[in-house]
Design a protein around this ligand. Structure first.
Ligand code: DGL
Length: 260
């Protein structure tokens, strides 16, 4: 079983990619909507909460853990790897592919405050984006919109324009969707930026990595292929959101047994 976690429903954008590559894997997702957003929390708070969730998912039988949250990866993947003997796949804003793709030499990174403030993010830029101008912007409004199931319309367009217009004016030709909530706004973002601007979502690359590190003994018979989504928030909200975010996918949706 693959355990997947995020501060809320954002990581479902990664679950969708894992499911597409390995339709018979059993996926157990925990969305910590009661504590969303992580993006404005301190590194210590994020690390403590993510460790509780990891403990919980391992206790439920996960043999691989996916931190489907850039903010949580940046602040907790090191400590988690030091504690747990299972493969842990994390993710970080796609600065490297962005630096490879830019022609103008300017890239925009949309990510949470927690992600871009960390030392790890600066290392990422120093290592992979030498000579490239990297403009960052936290977009807490994007997270709120996705958690509320608002994926299009005037409010969404306004939030996108506010975040993206200054980047485009500065010459950015690549935009990194550096938070797992943002891919759910990809269609709306696409409609607000010129055609030639490249949007980078690292979800598919994370899913490929997950498939690579799956334990060789994994059983992918169809009867194991359940998707179980737990939320620490209200199940009624998740029930309303899930079909909007992942139309056509079936999953068991429950209130999490993890204490707040
Ligand atoms: N989805 C998360 C990320 O990838 C965090 C969103 C939030 O809780 O602020 O960073």
């Amino acid at each position: 079983m693959i355990g997947i976690l995020d501060s809320g429903v954002g990581g479902l954008s990664v679950l969708r990619e894992i499911r597409a590559l390995q339709p018979n894997a059993s996926l157990h997702y925990l969305g910590d909507s009661a504590h969303c957003p992580y993006g404005t929390k301190s590194p210590a708070e994020i690390c403590e909460r993510v460790t509780q969730i990891a403990d919980y998912l391992l206790g439920k039988g996960s043999s691989l853990l996916v931190i489907a949250c850039n903010s949580a990866t940046i602040h907790a993947v090191g400590p988690l790897r030091a504690i747990y003997p299972i493969p842990i796949v994390g993710m970080e804003p796609g600065v490297k592919p962005a630096a490879e793709k830019t022609k103008s030499g300017v890239v925009g990174v949309l990510a949470t405050e927690a992600s871009i403030a960390g030392e790890k993010f600066h290392q990422l830029v120093d290592t992979h984006a030498d000579g490239v101008r990297v403009i960052t912007r936290p977009c807490p409004r994007f997270v709120e919109l996705v958690e509320a199931g608002n994926l299009e319309g005037d409010g969404v367009n306004e939030a996108i324009d506010e975040a993206v217009a200054p980047m485009l004016e500065s010459g950015a030709d690549v935009l990194v969707l550096g938070c797992t909530h943002y891919p759910f706004l990809k269609k709306a973002i696409r409609n607000r930026v010129p055609e030639e601007v490249v949007l980078i979502d690292t979800g598919p690359a994370v899913a490929r990595r997950v498939v690579e590190v799956l334990p060789p003994t994994s059983d992918f018979s169809e009867e194991n292929a359940e998707i179980h989504i737990e939320t620490t928030g209200a199940v009624s909200v998740l029930e309303g959101l899930f079909p909007k975010l992942l139309p056509g996918l079936e999953a068991r949706l429950t209130k999490s047994g993890l204490a707040d």
